[in-house]
Design a protein around this ligand. Structure first.
Ligand SMILES: [Zn+2]
Ligand SMILES: [Zn+2]
Length: 470
């Protein structure tokens, strides 16, 4: 069975609930443009999944409305047809939102008839792949949503998720989730709703190494229901100083890092569903899995991988919490000292991306891509000193890798539970361990066309994937 869900920003949710839900006397309506993410196989349920992302909400205005009262609204479909042309041009889907000012909190028989007619209109104009998403606001609250695939096929949204500051999930289908005694102490601190939300989340962890392994330990013990782990590497001796769960035997047998992570989480016995990928995340096998996530932690040192996640966050409205750690041994006045900087950056609409923060380096990313795609040419250029080569191994200490992973988990808790207060979210946090201080550095340049452009945010599927060429 196909499933469907929705993502929108907090601001879009507010707009819909206040603009459409404001009136108690008459029904109101809006056109809504959506980006779409078509998933052939979700990595956990192995079922097709359709995800829609709200791009723009355009309220139906007074002069378009033919008649309206508290139980009905009827408006001219002239603009619907105009907007269909725009949707086709921009690779988007056109849908509607309307209100039931005094309830009920479900679609009516009349809604069914009208929407079947609208999807027919959309498919006649834009072809058989045109969809008609429909959202319902009742008594000022967003209470239901669905997507028509044809005049006689409709899928209800299971949930809507907000991004952009605080992360909320509105569950449309009431699911009974048994409380787990293993999470009782966490419930005392963060509430039953927090535990329920963790159980529903699909979290991706890209990189199961120094920062990824302590992160995975924490996510599983916090009750995250579904975790997808991506890492192409295997365990080496030099990892054993910081890789949780890894053994000397794993290094000798060159066991994959994703297999160590899976084994350790399975041993906890907390019922975590897992999907593991021993590929680089740019591989085609990883696309559906990445697109299926509600949230991704970037725990990789690889610049090209970071560039990919950087785009994914904005194209698909999947927040990425990117983690970085830099240890440097410096010499000052003949005394050597350790500088240790941990960084946690949240990527989503409204925050500045890793390119604009100069965290990723495009030319290193290009060299990594060359090493992956054309190793011979890469070695050739390295010999001629056209590429910089892998360089010296970077220093690493378990206390710092664990600390920075914990900072990232704290950011997740904040976004869901607001334990630091309503405006306590931090988009970019740098901890200087040697100064025992945290900083919040701003961006170094103006937002680029990825993070700064509404056109990209929530656009979803484009050709090529994420607009990346080569
Ligand atoms: Zn209705
Ligand atoms: Zn940017």
């Amino acid at each position: 069975m196909k499933t469907a869900d929705l993502t929108l920003t907090e601001q879009q949710l507010d707009l819909m609930q206040t603009e459409l839900g404001g009136s108690r006397d008459v029904e109101t309506a809006a056109y809504v443009l959506f980006g779409v993410s078509r998933i052939a196989g979700d990595p956990f349920e192995h079922q097709p999944r359709l995800r829609l992302m709200v791009k723009e909400v355009l309220p139906v205005t007074g002069d378009e409305i033919k008649s309206a009262d508290h139980v009905h609204i009827s408006w001219s479909t002239e603009r619907f047809v105009q907007l269909l042309a725009r949707a086709e041009r921009e690779g988007l889907q056109l849908g509607i939102a309307h209100s039931h000012p005094r309830g009920p909190a479900r679609f009516s028989v009349q809604d069914d008839r009208n929407e079947a007619e609208l999807v027919r209109l959309a498919q006649n104009r834009n072809g058989g792949r045109a969809l008609l998403p429909s959202l319902l606001i009742a008594e000022g609250q967003f209470v239901a949503g669905r997507v028509w695939l044809s005049p006689d096929t409709v899928i209800d949204f299971s949930q809507a998720r907000t991004v952009g500051g605080n992360w909320r999930i509105i569950f449309f289908a009431e699911e009974q989730v048994a409380t787990d005694p293993a999470l009782a102490r966490q419930e005392l601190a963060l509430g039953a709703n927090f535990n329920r939300l963790m159980r529903q989340l699909r979290v991706g962890v890209v990189g199961a190494g120094g920062t990824g392994s302590p992160l995975l330990q924490q996510l599983a013990r916090m009750g995250v229901g579904r975790i997808a782990i991506f890492d192409p590497d295997h365990v080496e001796y030099s990892n054993l100083n910081r890789l949780y769960g890894a053994t000397r035997n794993d290094a000798e047998q060159a066991v994959k890092k994703v297999d160590v992570a899976r084994r350790e989480i399975e041993r906890m016995g907390l019922g975590t569903e897992m999907a593991t990928f021993d590929n680089w995340i740019g591989a085609e096998e990883c696309q559906d899995a990445l697109k299926s996530m509600d949230l991704i932690f970037g725990c990789t040192d690889d610049h090209d991988g970071r560039l990919l996640l950087n785009r994914l966050a904005y194209y698909y409205l999947i927040p990425v919490i990117d983690i970085g750690l830099a240890l440097r041994v410096s010499e000052r006045h003949g005394i050597s000292g350790l500088e240790a900087d941990g960084r946690v950056t949240v990527l989503e609409p409204g925050s500045v991306c890793l390119v604009c923060r100069r965290v990723v380096n495009a030319s290193i990313a290009a060299e990594e891509a060359l090493r992956r795609n054309d190793p011979e040419e890469y070695e050739h250029r390295k010999a001629e000193a056209y590429v910089r080569g892998e360089g010296n191994p970077s220093p690493a200490v378990i206390s710092f890798t664990t600390s920075v992973a914990t900072m990232a988990v704290e950011e997740l808790i904040q976004r869901v539970n607001q334990f630091r207060g309503a405006s306590g979210a931090i988009t970019n946090r740098v901890r200087k361990f040697n100064l025992v201080e945290d900083f919040r550095p701003g961006a170094k340049k103006e937002p680029c066309r990825i993070c700064g452009s509404d056109r990209i945010h929530g656009v979803g599927d484009v050709q090529p994937f994420l607009g990346r060429t080569g």
